[in-house]
Design a protein around this ligand. Structure first.
Ligand code: FAD
Ligand code: SF4
Length: 512
């Protein structure tokens, strides 16, 4: 039957079995659409990365002689709406069967489901053959359990995929988890190899976005675009990571520094989320590098990396499919404040925020601890409405696709799910930031001032104010006991002073 196969922008899996079979009577369709550029305001580099990767993927299909219909954003037949485009193509090309790959976003999943229901031709959905779990595997794994502890799921995945396992079920090296040794501050001396970057010319796409009036934010150097957008680029970044960065990945995973945007992080999230790389091949590349005789990579470095992908990444996707669509409105702490304007401009005197936000505006990237303990921490301490926080994270990062953005933001970072993903809220005063970075050294505020003085680090008062304000939520949370008892001992006057200062910070973000 004459078949139309849809490929979405984050389904660029070169290894998919679709491409091995008989290609007669098959047409592949991809489209750059306003539906996708406009559902939230995106960083310009994010839109450019997706369009650029989609175009390369389409070229790859054309090179193999496949039949394709690709709509650039300004193509004359592009209605900018997925369903309208599909309907017209099916009619114009006398298509007899429609096939698609299961979307990873709830929004698109619904749209395609409804569309298929309306069809009077045959249709079929396929797996993207990317993830290591099915949508509902995490839900099934935790059935009847009170807590969804990532660690147990991760151990099960290690055994299931036989990744660094001795015998049939013991962890290689004797420990499942080396998290404790992954907490070093970067001393500024240990040399960090430059990232495997690119200097792509993407001026054509930038011009197209301008011409079509697509609203974006963030900065771009249009002749030096730095992200992998083809399978070969992605493999280069992966190999470079294994060769040069894996050796210290775990050690400095939580470190932050004003001179270092990437430290030892892999920069592989876009390549994986767009499916240019499969998670299993990334894990296998890291483990096999670790096994080579000419390296002295410690097991803690590899285990830390494997855990992020085999554990966290699959776990978050499982939570998403377990909890959506309700998840997108959860707000357990009833936070209602707006997000400060400086999240969109980077203009603040608080050096940690200025660095994390400006890195994000420059590169559409910040690493995990910047996202969690700087921007996420501040948004939670200032009791920001999680919907505004989601909107920002979904827009700004090159790797932001809802299934992994919302679970990390609303769940892990904002505790809006009441502890489903994170057992305690990720909040801290300035001292944690000072411990893990050099940000405080160059800041207008003094991290050592713990009292509510004008030049004291705002995180300090915000922290105690947050605990006081939300204390009933944490009364029975064992992991919060120590902080709650410190709060109790603090004395009413001190608490009151912190509350006043915190209120001023919350109400006048542009002052800080
Ligand atoms: P590395 O540090 O090199 O880690 C390797 C890989 O592990 C990553 O590429 C990623 O695929 C995976 N990984 C690591 N941590 C996580 C995690 N918590 N959840 C899922 N996968 C993980 N990641 C996204 O891919 N998209 C998002 O939209 C996203 N939003 C986030 C929002 C917040 C508030 C927080 C705290 C984290 C978010 N993360 C998100 C997770 C993580 O920060 C990024 O995956 C990581 O920074 C990407 O950079 P990297 O490839 O250099 O990662
Ligand atoms: Fe951030 Fe406070 Fe340190 Fe300044 S002093 S960099 S505001 S933690």
């Amino acid at each position: 039957a004459k078949t139309l196969r849809l490929i979405l922008g984050d389904q660029l899996n070169h290894k998919h079995s679709w491409f091995n079979g008989d290609q007669d009577h098959i047409t592949y369709h991809m489209a750059e659409m306003r539906q996708e550029t406009d559902y939230v305001k995106h960083h310009i580099q994010k839109v450019v990365a997706f369009f650029s990767a989609m175009r390369s993927f389409n070229e790859w299909m054309n090179d193999r002689g496949f039949n394709t219909v690709y709509y650039e954003l300004d193509h004359k037949d592009n209605s900018q709406d997925l369903v309208k485009n599909l309907k017209k193509l099916i009619k114009d090309q006398d298509i007899e069967k429609f096939e698609y790959l299961a979307p990873d976003e709830w929004r698109l999943d619904q749209q395609l489901r409804d569309f298929c229901k309306s069809l009077d031709i045959e249709w079929e959905g396929f797996d993207t053959e990317h993830f290591l779990t099915k949508r509902k595997d995490v839900e099934t794994f935790f059935e009847g359990k009170k807590r969804l502890t990532m660690e147990y799921f991760y151990r099960d995945m290690r055994k299931k995929y036989d990744i660094m396992i001795e015998g049939d079920k013991e962890p290689e090296g004797g420990k499942w988890n080396y998290d404790q040794s992954n907490r070093k501050k970067w001393d500024g001396d240990t040399e960090i190899p430059h990232e495997r970057g690119f200097r792509k010319d993407v001026a054509g796409i930038v011009k197209l976005l301008e011409k079509e009036g697509v609203k974006t934010f963030g900065r771009i150097d249009e002749t030096n675009f730095n992200w992998p957008t083809t399978r070969q680029d992605a493999l280069d970044v992966l190999n470079y990571f294994c060769e040069h960065l894996l050796v210290r990945f775990g050690d400095f995973q939580d470190a932050m520094h004003t001179d270092q945007e990437y430290l030892y992080h892999s920069r592989l999230s876009f390549a994986m989320n767009s499916k240019l790389l499969s998670p299993l091949e990334v894990i296998e590349a890291a483990v096999s590098r670790f096994r080579e005789s000419d390296t002295d990579i410690h097991i803690s470095q590899v285990e830390g990396f494997v855990r992020q992908i085999l554990g966290w990444r699959e776990f978050m996707r499982g939570i998403y499919w377990k909890e959506m669509p309700d998840y997108q409105t959860l707000n357990k702490l009833e936070n209602k404040n707006p997000l400060p304007d400086f999240y969109w401009t980077g203009e603040t005197k608080m050096n940690c925020l200025s660095n994390a936000i400006n890195n994000s505006l420059d590169n559409a990237y910040a690493h995990h601890i910047q996202r969690l303990m700087i921007t996420g921490n501040y948004a939670l301490l200032t009791m920001t409405d999680p919907s505004y926080v989601d909107e920002w994270y979904l827009g700004i990062y090159i790797d932001a696709i809802e299934w992994v953005e919302i679970t990390n933001t609303r769940g892990m970072s904002q505790w809006a799910d009441g502890g489903l993903v994170a057992t305690k809220p990720y909040v801290s005063s300035g001292s944690y930031i000072n411990k893990m970075s050099n940000y405080c050294k160059g800041c207008a505020y003094k991290v050592s001032k713990k009292k509510a003085e004008d030049d004291a680090c705002p995180f300090n008062s915000l922290y105690w104010n947050f605990l006081e304000e939300k204390k009933e939520h944490f009364a029975n949370n064992q992991r919060m006991n120590m902080m709650m008892s410190l709060l109790k001992k603090m004395g009413d006057d001190t608490i009151k002073a912190h509350q006043e200062r915190a209120q001023d910070v919350i109400e006048n973000p542009s002052k800080y």
